[in-house]
Design a protein around this ligand. Structure first.
Ligand code: MG
Length: 392
């Protein structure tokens, strides 16, 4: 048997992190988890450490680090322990690891993504915010280091699969499908609570991406993500609402042929694909779509009036510079405030619009995109968003 492939999982206690570990478990020794990173030293993280015995573990804060050290003091397989942003970046570049799964949520994923690519690792990217904020830098780094970015987002995994063996020149259009989220047929955003927004009809995901799905900001971020990953101009990327969630995205080619990827709505599928690429893993008991049972597939245009976030994202990507970084950071703050009950659902796009307008006024769209500039724009956008929220 071949030696196991060494992988690191950043964000191991989140939804994608846990699904990745499920895929590792089912793959009978094909992968070895050598590094884990999580926000807190939670019981879940400790269970993962005890089961997978990674060499290195990183947590966010000093306090979490102290707890981690305490919990592992007497363990025979105690990992090396790290904390903070530096811990994440070192873990992303861990010598010996071949694949880095970046399943962090939000802007925290930017620097670890670059760290992995600069160390020549394959980056399995579930963190879309990194590409939204710093797509230009990330794609340049992947190219310079001759390494690959394998998308873990289901739509991008679908497009990646549709594009296999195709020439870039023959791509005419990308279709990103959207379930439409829990409020697809709701007339007004008034009265929507966090609890309601967290109940996604099709996908089981973390809180940030679930709320983003409800506002359709998730699709906006995914359009920008696709633009960078597949080098396709914004105007040739379309969003299509497809409530059955069977087609995960499609590519239209220059000869009028469209190729789609169909599977169950299960994040383990794109994770498994990225981990095993360029091969396909044979999995028992995997649920494939039952077409006769599904009966019909429907599609329609998104309602931009009710879901303004999609247009905000497109506009920021079109104007370029640091605006996408500001969009992403503002959204993160707005979603957090909504989840804590500080602002209503309908205020999420207002926070983002306020921050983007301030960014436009200060010339952020014209600014050169460097890592320092992106990180500065990110933190500036966060304080602008907080200041707006405080006034509500
Ligand atoms: Mg997605």
């Amino acid at each position: 048997m071949k030696r196991p492939e060494k992988i690191v999982i950043l964000g191991s206690t989140g939804s994608i992190g846990q699904s990745t570990l499920t895929v590792v478990r089912e793959s009978a020794g094909k992968f070895e988890v050598v590094g884990l990173a999580a926000g807190r030293a939670s019981d879940e993280l400790q269970r993962q450490i005890d089961e997978f015995k990674p060499q290195v573990v990183a947590v966010r804060s000093n306090d979490a680090y102290d707890r981690l050290v305490r919990l592992n003091r007497s363990k025979p397989h105690a990992p090396r322990m790290m904390h903070g942003q530096e811990g994440l970046e070192r873990l992303a570049a861990l010598p010996g690891a071949a694949k880095i799964v970046n399943a962090l949520s939000g802007g925290a994923g930017i620097r670890p993504s670059l760290s992995a690519l600069n160390a020549g690792k394959s980056l399995l990217l579930a963190n879309k915010e990194a590409l939204v904020a710093a797509g230009e830098i990330i794609m340049k780094s992947a190219k310079a280091n001759k390494t690959t970015i394998l998308p873990v987002d289901s739509e991008h995994s679908a497009i990646f699969q549709c594009l296999r063996g195709e020439s870039k020149k023959s791509v005419r259009k990308l279709y990103i499908t959207a379930s439409g989220g829990p409020f697809l047929n709701r007339k007004t955003t008034k009265g929507i609570t966090a609890q309601m927004a967290l109940r996604h009809p099709k996908w089981k995901m973390g809180p940030k991406v679930t709320v983003d799905s409800a506002t359709l900001m998730n699709k906006g971020l995914e359009v920008i993500e696709a633009m960078w990953l597949f080098d396709v101009p914004l105007e040739r990327i379309r969003v299509l609402v497809h409530p059955e969630c069977v087609i995960h995205s499609m590519v239209e080619f220059c000869d009028g042929v469209t190729i789609a990827q169909l599977s169950a709505a299960d994040m383990k599928i794109p994770i498994r694909y990225a981990l095993n690429y360029p091969h396909r893993a044979a999995v028992e008991n995997v649920q494939a779509p039952d077409f006769a049972g599904i009966g019909k597939l429907t599609f329609f245009e998104p309602d931009l009036r009710r879901f303004p976030c999609l247009e905000l994202a497109r506009a920021a990507a079109d104007e370029k510079g640091l605006l996408p970084a500001m969009l992403s950071a503002a959204d993160e703050v707005a979603v957090e405030a909504f989840l804590k009950g500080r602002i209503g659902f309908g205020s999420i796009p207002l926070v983002i619009e306020y921050v983007l307008d301030k960014g436009r006024a200060s010339g952020a769209a014209k600014e050169k995109v460097t890592l320092e500039a992106v990180l500065a724009a990110d933190s500036e956008a966060r304080s602008m968003a907080r200041e707006y929220i405080k006034r509500q």
